[in-house]
Design a binder for this molecule. Structure first.
Ligand SMILES: [Zn+2]
Length: 217
């Protein structure tokens, strides 16, 4: 697994790169996207830790649509966890931020589930409050189409970083395949499935297509 931020350690006036997670001083909208299992939540939490270690306050947020780990918990597979402010689809994030009080940075997990309007609100916070806003999330759904929030992030983010992970074949995984309880790849259904028993496996596009073909035989 390759972590964004890389093996390189650089120091400059505005940006410090750590091997895992990073401190970013520039007021920009960042989108750090990757497939399922690419350690996005872990990186979000490590980044939060890095800021707090420097006495900087972090406003940690997540959309309410994702409730796998309880309403307000961000939990990574390697055991890190933290409580976040949960944002409902109807909420104005800028208003919620002002109500929460001044912070040095905003970190968002599962950012693909914000509405496009909410991504615009985050962009406004970057511009008007001169805040770095770091969004971690998926780019595409189980049928390879953009999540609306991810599309808006692609349009508005000043910095795009792909957090890479690999398919079983060794190629880069880009597809978040939805798998049923029998291990078959599901190719129809709603973009967001709540409460189902299905799970997701990151794989390369070629393996995804091959497995769908083989299922039809
Ligand atoms: Zn593959």
């Amino acid at each position: 697994m390759v972590f964004a931020g890389g093996e390189r350690i650089e120091f400059s006036a505005s940006v410090i790169h750590y091997p895992y997670g990073e401190i970013i001083g520039m007021a920009k909208l960042y989108f750090k996207y990757g497939a399922m299992g690419s350690s996005k939540s872990a990186q979000a939490l490590i980044t939060k830790f890095n800021y707090e270690e420097r006495d900087m306050s972090v406003w940690l947020i997540k959309p309410s649509i994702d409730d796998r780990d309880g309403a307000d918990l961000i939990r990574s597979r390697i055991g890190l966890e933290a409580r976040a402010r949960v944002i409902t689809p109807e909420e104005d994030i800028a208003e919620a931020y002002h109500a929460a009080g001044r912070h040095d940075v905003i970190i968002a997990d599962e950012a693909q589930f914000f509405t496009p309007e909410q991504i615009d609100q985050l962009r406004t916070l970057v511009d008007e409050e001169e805040l770095p806003v770091l969004c971690f999330g998926l780019r595409t759904d189980f049928l390879t189409h953009f999540f609306p929030g991810a599309r808006r992030l692609m349009e508005l983010a000043a910095s795009l970083t792909e957090i890479k992970t690999v398919c079983d074949c060794g190629c880069k995984a880009t597809v978040n395949a939805r798998i049923d309880e029998n291990g078959r790849i599901i190719t129809e259904g709603d973009q967001v499935l709540l409460g189902g028993n299905d799970r997701y496996v990151a794989m390369c596009h070629r393996c995804w297509k091959r497995r769908i073909r083989e299922q039809r035989i």
